[in-house]
Design a protein around this ligand. Structure first.
Ligand code: FAD
Length: 502
């Protein structure tokens, strides 16, 4: 172990979108604080935040049917959709602030406009989609949404999906042009490049092995330099555990009581990627369908145009699956290693409750390519096996905890877990994920730095003009903000450009 003792104000563990976002915010709020980042991989944004490891959807509830539940009386509850949309508006405002202040350049490298669509088949689903459309389209956040069950119109919107279908098939879709495709990998790398210019010390190939509290109330991290093998000690007043799937084991090591009785359930992902340029050119949208019965919400199938490395691609998936790893680059012992005396009952309860989900995920892993092609053909009836390859996506570790709904309840959202005095915080869970990074990190700031929030408020409002305001209640402000962010992020121009190219 190196005897050198390094101390800093803030340590960020992990170089994914979450640490990048928190680092960028803190550097604006308190430029004088010293920040060190430890990342075990060789570069930033290589795990879930990487463009090939997630679906790149700017989640704003414009197309995801799981954010609008149907109530027993048949009405559609849009409250979750409004919340997610507002959170995405917050992300766009922060990214615009960084572009306007020249901290991020060429926004088209990380965000482009792309129509978001929901597509359903069958009489009941079509009726539900129409009710969902009626509930959303009058809301200012969802303005411009269109509905159609006319095969001609649908062929215009989604020719690849409509080709080869029988005329009698009941099918309908909604479409909204204000959707986006976000390259979270590119965004993460750009944010870390910008942090580097602000003297943030970013240490790649450094793995955090342990976290303990010192007698003085600081946090001491044991960090392994993966090149030299040397163990280093680093202390900080505040630690953010932004290790993605790797956050839970680190939270457990910190020993804070708030991290007890929490478990993690890893869900892996696979996409099919199209390699035929002619097929890729026939599609221009993100089209979300309905999750099969028994499937977890993150395995809603979707057929997406993506812009990766400035090249148009076409992906279908994700197929969920089971793997005991917490990170794509993790170990087969991650899951078993996370079972501790304080969470074993919670984990066992979750295991007993989720037998059918586990079975579903294991079945999904075992699917042959031809079986996956059958699922794809529900979207693209004429899909040819030779045009599609499989790619492994990232791991999501869903939180398991005891709630009012019972012991060992599986959670599908994200959670900030922090200690009582706000000196350490971890981000667990991965849905809706990267799209909501800015709101989630704002929540963390409020939780961990309550004594500073008043003094930081003017700067936060400069970065996020809608801070503290409900956009859905202020349609005029919402319109102005959406116009301004679209202009700054080049979403209007890029839309025009793409339309002229397609
Ligand atoms: C299949 C799939 C599809 C998704 N689709 C979308 C989508 O369409 N839209 C969306 O908004 N979100 C999506 N998400 C979620 C989104 O990708 C994640 O929420 C987000 O990337 C998480 O960012 P992060 O910074 O927390 O974690 P990560 O990007 O995983 O970064 C964590 C980093 O911590 C490092 N690390 C871990 N442990 C240690 C340690 N001990 N020491 C040092 N470093 C460590 C890792 O190497 C990694 O680089 C998807 C996720 C998956 C898996």
């Amino acid at each position: 172990m190196s005897n050198r003792h390094n101390s800093t104000d803030v340590i960020l563990i992990g170089a994914g979108i979450m640490s990048a976002t928190l680092g960028a915010m803190l550097k604006e709020l308190v430029p004088e604080w010293k920040i060190t980042v430890f990342e075990k991989l060789a570069t930033a944004g290589e795990e879930s935040s990487n463009e090939w490891n997630n679906a790149g959807t700017g989640h704003a509830a414009l197309c995801e049917l799981n954010y609008t539940d149907e109530k027993p009386d048949g009405t559609v509850d849009i409250s979750k959709a409004i919340k997610i949309n507002e959170q995405f508006q917050v992300s766009k405002q922060f990214w615009s602030y960084l572009v306007n202040s020249k901290q991020l350049n060429n926004p088209q490298d990380f965000i482009v406009p792309l129509p978001h669509m929901s597509m359903v088949q069958g009489k009941n689903n079509v009726a539900f989609l129409k009710r969902r459309f009626d509930a959303l389209s009058s809301n200012p956040l969802f303005q411009g949404m269109e509905f159609s069950d006319d095969p001609e119109k649908l062929s215009e919107w989604i020719p690849l999906i409509m080709e080869g279908r029988s005329k009698n098939e009941q099918i309908a879709a909604t479409r909204i042009e204000s959707g986006t495709d976000v390259n979270f990998g590119a965004l993460t790398r750009k944010l870390f490049d910008s942090l580097k210019t602000k003297q943030v010390d970013i240490k790649y190939k450094h793995s955090v092995d342990n976290i303990t509290r010192t007698r003085e109330g600081l946090w001491e991290l044991k960090v392994r330099n993966l090149d030299s093998g040397e163990l280093e000690r680093h202390t900080a007043k505040f630690v953010f555990i932004g290790g993605g799937g790797g956050s839970l084991p680190l939270l457990q090591k910190s020993g804070i009581p708030e991290g007890r009785n929490i478990g993690g359930f890893p869900v892996s992902g696979l996409f099919m990627v199209c390699k035929n340029p002619e097929v890729i050119e026939q599609h221009h949208a993100k089209v979300y369908g309905k999750a099969p019965v028994g499937a977890p919400p993150m395995s809603v199938p979707h057929l997406d145009t993506r812009y990766i490395d400035n090249k148009k691609s076409l992906l279908f998936g994700p197929f969920a699956g089971f793997s005991p790893k917490f990170l794509k680059t993790g170990s087969m012992f991650d899951l078993i290693g996370s079972v501790k005396p304080n969470n074993v009952v919670t984990m066992l309860a979750a295991g007993a409750k989720n037998v059918s989900l586990t079975k579903y995920l294991i079945q999904q892993v075992m699917l042959s390519k031809e079986k996956r092609m059958e699922e794809l053909r529900q979207f693209v009836p004429n899909a040819k096996s030779e045009d599609w390859d499989l790619v492994v996506a990232g791991q999501r570790v869903q939180v398991i905890k005891d709630t009012d709904a019972g012991k060992g309840t599986l959670q599908f959202g994200t959670e900030v877990v922090s200690d009582a005095d706000g000196t350490i915080a971890a981000l667990l869970g991965a849905s809706p994920g990267a799209s909501t990074a800015v709101s989630v990190m704002l929540e963390l700031i409020k939780k961990c730095f309550p004594e500073h929030v008043k003094e930081w408020e003017p700067k936060i409002k400069e970065m996020i003009p809608s801070y503290g305001v409900s956009l859905v209640k202020q349609p005029e402000l919402s319109r102005q903000i959406q116009q301004a962010t679209s202009r700054t992020l080049g979403l209007d121009e890029a839309a025009a450009l793409q339309t002229s190219h397609s």
